[in-house]
Design a protein around this ligand. Structure first.
Ligand code: AMP
Length: 138
């Protein structure tokens, strides 16, 4: 299957719909997941167009992984999480729902079960504060 630019992350990258942005440069946009699996769940979205890992340009992957690491450290620092889960889904049977490559940076808190993938919507005011704090820690 080929990349379809009408996906929701494509729209966010083009500024057509709003997002709780944490960081943006030539390589990627970082934003809060609005249906977080835990407090501080962030998405790192490479700007290069691909559906997922399987059709991504290796050069785009090389460029984005250092940012994923930086974001993971900043999220852990800001949230006080005990660990960070990195997740990335390829095609619908594997759990992918938005078909533009992205990496989930999910804080894990000792003794707290993660919420379901694509569960309840988070409070916008809380997401705005987290986005600002994570941006400051980057
Ligand atoms: P995936 O299932 O890996 O494709 O993940 C898509 C993620 O995007 C899910 O975790 C959703 O909660 C999240 N999501 C969907 N729409 C939005 C949106 N408008 N802003 C931020 N996150 C979103």
């Amino acid at each position: 299957m080929s990349y379809d630019p009408s996906n929701i992350f494509g729209k966010i990258l083009r500024g057509e719909i709003p997002a709780h942005k944490v960081y943006e440069d030539d390589v990627a946009l970082v934003m809060m997941d609005i249906f977080p699996q835990s407090r501080g769940h962030v998405l790192v979205i490479p700007k290069a167009a691909s559906r997922n890992l399987l059709d991504a340009d290796p050069a785009a992957l090389s460029a984005v992984i250092p940012l994923v690491q930086q974001v993971a450290k900043a999220v852990k620092h800001v949230t006080g999480a005990d660990g960070i889960r990195l997740a990335q889904f390829n095609e619908a049977p594997a759990g992918q729902t938005v078909f533009h490559l992205h990496f989930h940076v999910i804080p894990v808190y000792e003794g707290v079960a993660l919420g379901s993938h694509g569960g309840g919507k988070a409070d916008d005011a809380e997401l705005a504060v987290l986005a600002k704090d994570i941006a400051a820690a980057l």
